[in-house]
Design a protein around this ligand. Structure first.
Ligand SMILES: NC(=O)c1ccc[n+]([C@@H]2O[C@H](COP(=O)([O-])OP(=O)(O)OC[C@H]3O[C@@H](n4cnc5c(N)ncnc54)[C@H](OP(=O)(O)O)[C@@H]3O)[C@@H](O)[C@H]2O)c1
Length: 299
C-alpha cells in the first residue's frame, strides 16, 4: 500500500514506519528537512519537503497526519501558541486540500489529536462521547480534529487518534522523566490525584495498523490503555522500577510558576478509557503500566 505520512520523523512516526516497511508498504514522508527522513526512517522511505512536490496522479491509499511542533518544550507565548496551532491545524488544512486535488483520492486519513481534548475532568471516566474540556490544549485538539474532518465530505474515511501519554521506545515523555527520577528528584505533581492515561508505543502502532486494515473503523478513538493511573501511582511505579526514592512532591504552585500555562499538561486530570477500541474488539498487548515501564527500561 502507498502511504503518505506527516511527522514521520518523530517518536511515533518512526516506530510506525518501521512496522509499515516490515509489512511491505511504500512510505513517503512530508518533512521540513528531507535529509533527516533518510537518517531517521531509512533509505526505503521517500522524502518531500512540500506538498506541491507530490504528484497529484500518485495513488496514496492512506494519509497519516502526525506533524506538530512540540507542545511542552517552550513557554506558551502568543507566537509559540500560534506555531503549535499552525503546525497542526494549518498543515492539516493544506493536507486535506492536497487530498481533494488528487485524481485518485486517498481512501483513509488518520489524523492526530490527544486526550488533552478533555481538559481537566477530575475523576470522571471519559469515553469518546465525553465533552470537550477548557484550555489551550483542548481547543487545539478540537480544531485539529475539525480540520481533519474536512476530508469526510470528499468521501474519505477519517480516523482521529486521541492519543494518551505514549510509553516505549527510546523517546517520549518517559525518557524525559528518567534523569530527575534517577537523581532521586522524582515526586508526585501537585496533589498527585490527577489521572494519567497512558499507552504503550507498540499498542499505539497496532491501533494505526488496525485503522488501515479495518474499513469499518472511522471517527474518534481514544488511543489509551484500559487502565489509567493517578499521577501518584505513576510516580511510585517508575520510582520502584528505578529503585529510587520519590518522596518530594512538587507543589502545583511551583509548576504553575515554573512552566506557566503549560503546567495544565501536567496538572489536568483525564481518566480516559478506549471504549470504542474495546467495543470493536481491539486487543491491547500492554494493559499494566508496571510491565510497560519495565520493558521500556530494559529496551
Ligand atoms: N508522544 C506522545 O505521547 C503524544 C501524545 C499525544 C499526542 N501526540 C501527538 O502525536 C503527534 C506525534 O507525536 P510524536 O511524539 O511523534 O511527536 P514528535 O516526536 O515531536 O514529532 C512530531 C513531528 O512533527 C514535525 N514538526 C515538529 N515541529 C514542526 C513544525 N513547527 N511544523 C511542522 N512540523 C513540525 C517534525 O517532523 P519534521 O521535522 O520531519 O518536519 C516531528 O518529527 C504530535 O502531533 C503530538 O502532539 C503525541
Amino acid at each position: 500500500m502507498n502511504i503518505l505520512i506527516t511527522g514521520g520523523t518523530g517518536f511515533l512516526g518512526q516506530a510506525l514506519i518501521r512496522q509499515l516497511l516490515a509489512r511491505g508498504d511504500s512510505v513517503t514522508v512530508l518533512s521540513r528537512h528531507a535529509e533527516t527522513v533518510v537518517k531517521r526512517c531509512g533509505v526505503a522511505v521517500k522524502a518531500v519537503e512540500r506538498l506541491n512536490e507530490l504528484n497529484a496522479e500518485e495513488d496514496f491509499a492512506v494519509v497519516i497526519n502526525l506533524a506538530g511542533a512540540p507542545i511542552i518544550d517552550s513557554f506558551w507565548t502568543s507566537p509559540r501558541k500560534q506555531l503549535i496551532r499552525e503546525s497542526r491545524i494549518t498543515l492539516t488544512e493544506q493536507l486535506v486540500d492536497f487530498m481533494a486535488q488528487c485524481s485518485i483520492k486517498p481512501r483513509l486519513l488518520i489524523s492526530g489529536s490527544a486526550i488533552g481534548y478533555y481538559g481537566d475532568q477530575g475523576d470522571s471516566v471519559l469515553n469518546e462521547q465525553s465533552s470537550m474540556g477548557a484550555g489551550f490544549a483542548a481547543q487545539l485538539c478540537h480544531d485539529w480534529e475539525q480540520a481533519a474532518r474536512r476530508a469526510e465530505p470528499l468521501g474519505i474515511r477519517v480516523c482521529l487518534l486521541r492519543t494518551g501519554l505514549v510509553i516505549g521506545g527510546d523517546g517520549g515523555f518517559l525518557q524525559r522523566l528518567l534523569l530527575p527520577f534517577r537523581m532521586g528528584l522524582g515526586g508526585c505533581l501537585g496533589n498527585g490525584r490527577q489521572w494519567m492515561s497512558w499507552i504503550s508505543q507498540d499498542d499505539w502502532v497496532a491501533i494505526v495498523l488496525a485503522m488501515i486494515d479495518q474499513a469499518q473503523m472511522h471517527g474518534v478513538y481514544n488511543a489509551t490503555a484500559p487502565n489509567p493511573v493517578t499521577n501518584c501511582e505513576f510516580t511510585e511505579t517508575l520510582a520502584r522500577r528505578l529503585n529510587r526514592p520519590a518522596w518530594l512532591p512538587i507543589p502545583a504552585v511551583f509548576l504553575k510558576y515554573g512552566l506557566g500555562e503549560r503546567s495544565e499538561l501536567l496538572l489536568s486530570s483525564q481518566r480516559v478509557l478506549p471504549e470504542r477500541l474495546l467495543a470493536q474488539g481491539f486487543s491491547f498487548q500492554h494493559t499494566q503500566l508496571n510491565t510497560v515501564i519495565t520493558l521500556s527500561l530494559a529496551g
